[in-house]
Design a protein around this ligand. Structure first.
Ligand code: CAA
Length: 258
């Protein structure tokens, strides 16, 4: 498939790289861009050659948020009936590990998009924020929930209620970011991390991701129950037999994703 607002690359075996590509608008998340992102994720979810995905923007912006020009003149009913958030389901439900490589502005819906990912690698020039308050609105793609879970109530309150940005080092200290690297290396670092992840057993990766996400949605007892059942489930995979045999035979496992 070809896209106008994103670029799709295969930088390493098992790894796909999606670049948001509306540089003139700082990668603002227009409806067209989000539709293409959802389509690309659907394509990558179904592609057995892809084990892990990296999502990035460019050096100036990961994404500066929703496309504000699409908000002008819109009413509650317009927003409710435009199914704006349907496209976000593709990333929320994306089954494979996905890593955000963030440089520059990562604001509003852009920060919410990064927080939909499973890990965040930031360039030193990254600026994270939820500036919706300056538009007289508030985050609506998970910002009040995912940011609060990531950094805690008090920091989330300050970021969302003031609209102030936090830099990469502050975001790292808060636990929002996995690694901070020189800006020009952010994609390289994220792709290397993705390649390491992609060298593991694909089914175990997907199910471990699913289980980790339950920690945010369920009580601990319920989530432990899910974890145990998913753990048993992997015992019917060929990769579990291969992984255990390879360890015992002191060789490198050859994963099949089955
Ligand atoms: N939507 C649409 N266009 C945007 C945009 C956005 N979110 N952010 C930047 N742009 C456009 C600007 O309008 C400008 O376009 P023109 O050259 O045609 O004028 C271009 O990108 C470059 O931006 P600036 O000239 O403003 O660049 P700057 O370096 O001076 O400032 C900035 C950068 C601080 C990020 C500033 O652009 C800004 O504040 N952007 C808006 C950030 C924001 O409020 N995001 C939240 C949106 S709401 C949301 O995200 C809600 C949700 O998802 C649920």
């Amino acid at each position: 498939m070809s896209y106008d607002n994103i670029l799709l690359e295969r930088p390493q075996p098992g790894v796909a790289l999606i670049r948001l590509n509306r540089p003139k608008a700082l990668n603002a998340l227009s409806r067209a861009l989000m539709t293409e992102l959802a389509e690309a994720l659907g394509e990558l979810a179904a592609d057995n050659e892809v084990v892990c995905v990296v999502l990035t923007g460019n050096e100036r912006a990961f994404a500066a948020g929703a496309d504000i020009s699409e908000f002008a003149g819109k009413s509650t009913v317009d927003m409710l009936t435009s199914y704006r958030f349907q496209q976000w389901r593709a990333i929320k439900e994306f089954p494979k590990p996905i890593i955000a490589a963030v440089s520059g502005f990562c604001l509003g819906g852009g920060n919410e998009l990064a927080m939909h990912c499973d890990m965040i690698v930031a360039g030193e020039n990254a600026k994270f924020g939820q500036p919706e308050i300056n538009l007289g609105i508030m985050p609506g793609a998970g910002g009040t929930q995912r940011l609060t879970r990531a950094v805690g109530k008090f920091r989330a309150m300050e970021i969302i209620l003031t609209g102030d940005f936090v830099d990469a080092r502050q975001a790292h200290a808060m636990g929002l970011v996995n690694h901070v690297v020189p800006t020009e290396l952010v994609v390289e670092k994220a792709v290397a991390l993705a390649a390491k992840v992609a060298s593991k057993a694909p089914l175990a990766l997907q199910l471990a991701k699913e289980s980790i996400l339950k920690a945010e949605e369920m009580t601990q007892d319920q989530a432990l129950d899910v974890e145990r059942k998913i753990f048993y489930l992997l015992f019917s995979s060929e990769d579990k037999d291969e992984g255990v045999s390879a360890f015992l035979e002191k060789r490198t496992p050859q994963w099949k994703g089955r």
